[in-house]
Design a protein around this ligand. Structure first.
Ligand code: URP
Ligand code: ZN
Ligand code: ZN
Length: 475
C-alpha cells in the first residue's frame, strides 16, 4: 500500500498539465496514474493544482559577518517562511572573509543549517582567491557537495577584480563548478556615490541613482566575456533590466553557456518605492536597484524568450528595526550605509503566479519551470528536486489557483519585521506543502520540525561543464 495518495488534482510540471493521482512511498514519488488505489493517507485535492515544491536557488540565510554578528533570519525561521510560500528546497550562501579560508566557514554554515526544515544546498562565496583556497580548499569543498562558487563584482569588501574573477573561473572549470555572479561595476558605483553625497543627495532613493542599469549592463558584459574566454559556465544573478539581459541573450546566441536569473522585486517594485516618505524607502533597497514599471514589461519579455529562466527570491534577512537592519546606522543613515537586500522567500511563488499566470503572461508549466524545475537544473539538483518524476523526492505544493490573498508581514512567517509587498493583492496561494512525502504546511500552519531538513550534496553535472573549447595551455 502507498503511504500517501493525492487524488483529484491537476498535476502541473515543467513538462505539462494533466489530471492525475500521485502516489508517494518512502518519501518519493512512486506512481502517477489516472486513478490510484487506497493508501495509508488520502489527500483529496479536487480543484487544486499539484506542482513540485519550489526551489529557491538564491537565499541569504543566517549569514555571519566577520564582526560576529549574524543575519537575524535563521535557518529555522527562513524555512518556516519558505514552506508557508510553497518552497521546499533552498540554495544559500557560505561566506568567505578576506584573509580567511572557506572550509571552516562551510562547516559553520552546515552546523547552522542543521535547524532547517527545508532541504539545503550551498553556494560558496569567494572573496579572496588565495592559492590555498583555489588549490586545496575548493577541491575539498567539491568533495563535500558544493558545486557553485559565487562572486561579487561590486560591494566592499566582497568585490573581486578581473584578476580574481579569472582565477575563480579557472578553479571552477578545474573542479566542475558553476560560477554565479553579482554583476555591477564597483568603481562606477563608487564614483556615483561620491558625487551624490557631495551634492547632498543621501536619502534612500539615491540608491537607484547610484546604480543605474548601465553599471549592471557593463558588468554583465564583462562577466560573460571573461567566462566565455575561460569556457566556464556562469549564471548571472538577479538581472533587473533588459539591457543586462540583452548581454546574456547575445552570448546565448553565440552558444556561450550563460544563464540568467531574475527576482520578483524586478517585476513588482520600482525605484519610486525607494522615494517613499521618510526612511520607508530603505525597505525596498536591494542591488541591483528596482527600475521602473516599463522595465517590468521588458524583464517579462526576457522571461518569455527564455533568456531569464530562473526566478529566485534573493531573500535577505535584514529587518527594518533589527540591530543589524536597515536602520542600524541611524534612522536617517545615508543611503550607502543601509544594508542592501530585502526579504521575499514566502512571497516568491504567489507574486510570480499572480503577475505571471493569473495575469496571463506565462503558462502554468512555465511558472513551474521558473520557480522549481529550472533552478533545480541549473544547480544540479534535478530531477530529484523540481520534478514529479517517479523516484523524485515527493516535494509537492497543492496550489489554489483562484485563491485571493493580500500579502502582509504576518503571512510571510519570517523573522523580519516587514515585507516590501505589504498590502499587495495576489491571486494563487499554496494550501498544502509536502516535503519528502510529509505534510509540512497546511492552511498556512507550518508543522515541520526544526532539523527535519536535509543537506543536499551535489555531484558533477553537465550544465556546469564548459564546451571544451579552451586552449590547452590556459586550463
Ligand atoms: O541587495 C541584495 N541583493 N543583497 C543581497 C546580496 C546580493 O547582492 O545578492
Ligand atoms: Zn548579489
Ligand atoms: Zn543575493
Amino acid at each position: 500500500m502507498l503511504d500517501v495518495v493525492i487524488r483529484g488534482a491537476t498535476l502541473v510540471t515543467a513538462e505539462g498539465m494533466q489530471r492525475a493521482d500521485l502516489g508517494i512511498q518512502g518519501g518519493r514519488v512512486a506512481a502517477v496514474a489516472a486513478s490510484l488505489p487506497e493508501a495509508r493517507r488520502v489527500i483529496e485535492a479536487d480543484g487544486l493544482w499539484l506542482m513540485p515544491g519550489g526551489v529557491d536557488s538564491h537565499c541569504h540565510i543566517e549569514e555571519p559577518s566577520p564582526d560576529g554578528t549574524v543575519m537575524e533570519e535563521s535557518f529555522e525561521s527562513a524555512s518556516r517562511s519558505a514552506l508557508a510560500g510553497g518552497t521546499t528546497s533552498v540554495v544559500c550562501f557560505v561566506p568567505q572573509w578576506k584573509g580567511g579560508g572557506v572550509l571552516e566557514r562551510f562547516a559553520d554554515q552546515r552546523r547552522r543549517a542543521e535547524r532547517a526544515m527545508v532541504d539545503v544546498a550551498f553556494h560558496q562565496i569567494i572573496t579572496d582567491p588565495t592559492p590555498e583556497v583555489l588549490e586545496r580548499e575548493i577541491p575539498e569543498l567539491v568533495r563535500q557537495g558544493v558545486r557553485s562558487l559565487k562572486v561579487f563584482l561590486t560591494y566592499d569588501p566582497l568585490v573581486l577584480d578581473d584578476a580574481g574573477y579569472l582565477q575563480v573561473l579557472a578553479a571552477a572549470r578545474r573542479n566542475g563548478c558553476l560560477v554565479t555572479v553579482h554583476c555591477e561595476n564597483f568603481h562606477a558605483i563608487n564614483h556615483r556615490i561620491a558625487a551624490l553625497k557631495a551634492a547632498g543627495i543621501v536619502a534612500p532613493h539615491a540608491h537607484a541613482l547610484a546604480r543605474p542599469a548601465i553599471v549592471e549592463r557593463e558588468a554583465t558584459h564583462r562577466a560573460i566575456a571573461l567566462a566565455e574566454m575561460m569556457d566556464q559556465p556562469i549564471q548571472v544573478f538577479h538581472v533587473s533590466c533588459a539591457e543586462a539581459a540583452e548581454e546574456i541573450a547575445r552570448a546565448q546566441a553565440r552558444g556561450v553557456r550563460v544563464w540568467g536569473e531574475t527576482c520578483p522585486q524586478y517585476l513588482a517594485l520600482t525605484a519610486s518605492d525607494m522615494a517613499r516618505e521618510g526612511f520607508e524607502g530603505a525597505k525596498f533597497m536591494c542591488s541591483p536597484a528596482p527600475r521602473d514599471e516599463a522595465e517590468h514589461g521588458r524583464v517579462w519579455a526576457m522571461i518569455r524568450r527564455g533568456v531569464l529562466d530562473v526566478v529566485s527570491s534573493d531573500h535577505c534577512g535584514f529587518s527594518f528595526d533589527g540591530p543589524h537592519g536597515k536602520r542600524a546606522n541611524g534612522a536617517d543613515a545615508p543611503f550607502d550605509q543601509v544594508p542592501n537586500g530585502i526579504p521575499g522567500i514566502a512571497a516568491r511563488l504567489p507574486l510570480l503566479f499572480s503577475e505571471g499566470v493569473a495575469a496571463g503572461r506565462i503558462a502554468p508549466e512555465e511558472f513551474v519551470r521558473l520557480v522549481s524545475a529550472n533552478p533545480a537544473k541549473v544547480m544540479g539538483l534535478w530531477p530529484r528536486k523540481g520534478s514529479l518524476h517517479i523516484g523524485a523526492d515527493a516535494d509537492c505544493v497543492l496550489w489554489d489557483p483562484k485563491a485571493e490573498r493580500v500579502l502582509s508581514n504576518a503571512a510571510m512567517q519570517h523573522a523580519i519585521d516587514y515585507t516590501p509587498y505589504e498590502g499587495r493583492a495576489v491571486t494563487g496561494w499554496p494550501v498544502m506543502v509536502l516535503r519528502r512525502g510529509e505534510v509540512v504546511m497546511e492552511g498556512d500552519v507550518v508543522t515541520a520540525q526544526p532539523g527535519s531538513g536535509e543537506y543536499l550534496p551535489r555531484g558533477p553535472y553537465a550544465l556546469a561543464q564548459g564546451r571544451g573549447v579552451l586552449e590547452p595551455w590556459l586550463s
